[in-house]
Design a protein around this ligand. Structure first.
Ligand SMILES: [Zn+2]
Length: 78
């Protein structure tokens, strides 16, 4: 009875071992794709619209604007 159990275990081991070896030596699955990073949102100092920082333009004071036109118009006077 024990003999059959051992044979069964051997068969199982033979069945799984190549798969395990393949996993260990095989190319690692590509690193988790990074979640799309939420880009920092900034607000136009002139019209107040929110836009990704990369699409904004800044003036000398570091204020952000949605466009060159608004940059030239300057910050909104409240
Ligand atoms: Zn604007």
């Amino acid at each position: 009875m024990l003999k059959y159990l051992l044979i069964a275990l051997l068969v199982i081991w033979l069945f799984y071992s190549p798969a395990l070896r393949g996993k260990r030596t095989g190319a690692k699955p590509a690193a988790k794709p990074e979640p799309p990073r939420a880009e920092n949102m900034v607000q136009c100092a002139h019209c107040g619209v929110h836009l990704p920082e990369g699409d904004s333009t800044k003036d000398e004071q570091g204020r952000t604007y949605c466009s060159q036109a608004h940059r030239q118009a300057g910050p909104r006077q409240v």
